[in-house]
Design a protein around this ligand. Structure first.
Ligand SMILES: [Fe+2]
Length: 235
């Protein structure tokens, strides 16, 4: 299918300030460097974007298990994370490329910039890249990430969370957001989650716990890539 330059499906919708993050978070200096200083300019995707290679065409997917097994299992509470990726109408997005990263059960990322003195876990794999199945779903087995202190702040601890990125059809289209866990006392205090003014929109950032028998706790979540109930951008 060929999309025209003015195809409305590719026009970036107006950003809803109530259901989207404010971007620059007071007290979190790094957010000012991650957010545009000027208003975004809207631009329909042109022929070069629409006919070029898909963003993920050169990217390899990984396994869907960050926790390992047996003697090589990561420390922490095993969890299964089931995520559906949908559009503004709730329609599933099969094949969507989803990237995932989070810290270990001590609050340490596998990243050289993480200055937290929490211990690394040699059996924990901190990131994955998965393609959604025919029903627009991904399933990840991992351990529950811990809360961690944010450097250079006055006692701010991030609640446990998982970072997600969903690639769109072109390089210019990408959702970066975070998933939180239900019942965490730090959720109510987190400046990043609370940078979203609308309570219902914040609630949509929190996964649903599914009571199930098994050796892992199960959490279900939905990522909405655009529209009125779009998942808030969270860097
Ligand atoms: Fe994080």
């Amino acid at each position: 299918m060929v999309y025209g330059v003015n195809d409305m499906a590719y026009v970036i919708p107006a950003r809803d300030p109530r259901t989207q993050s404010s971007g620059v978070v007071a007290g979190y200096a790094q957010t000012a460097q991650r957010w545009p200083a000027r208003p975004l300019a809207r631009r329909a995707h042109g022929a070069s974007e629409l006919t070029g290679p898909q963003p993920w065409s050169g990217l390899q997917t990984t396994g869907a298990d960050l926790a390992g097994h047996g003697a090589r299992r990561a420390l922490g509470q095993l969890i299964d994370v089931r995520v559906s990726i949908v559009d503004e109408d709730g329609a599933p997005l099969p094949g969507a490329m989803v990237e995932i990263w989070h810290c270990n059960a001590a609050g340490k990322y596998i990243h050289p910039n993480d200055a937290n003195d929490a211990p690394a876990d040699p059996n924990f794999y901190g990131a994955a890249r998965l393609a959604a199945d025919a029903a627009g779903r991904i399933a990840l087995r991992t351990i529950k990430p811990a809360a961690y202190p944010v450097p250079d702040t006055d006692g701010w601890w991030r609640p446990p969370h998982i970072h997600f990125s969903v690639w769109g059809r072109v390089w210019l289209s990408r959702l970066v957001t975070q998933m939180f866990f239900p019942g965490e006392p730090l959720n109510a205090l987190d400046p990043i989650l609370n940078a979203v003014p609308d309570a219902a929109a914040r609630e949509r950032c929190i996964a649903r716990f599914l009571p199930q028998a098994g050796n892992a706790l199960v959490f279900e979540h939905q990522l909405v890539v655009r529209g009125r109930t779009a998942s808030p951008e969270m860097r």
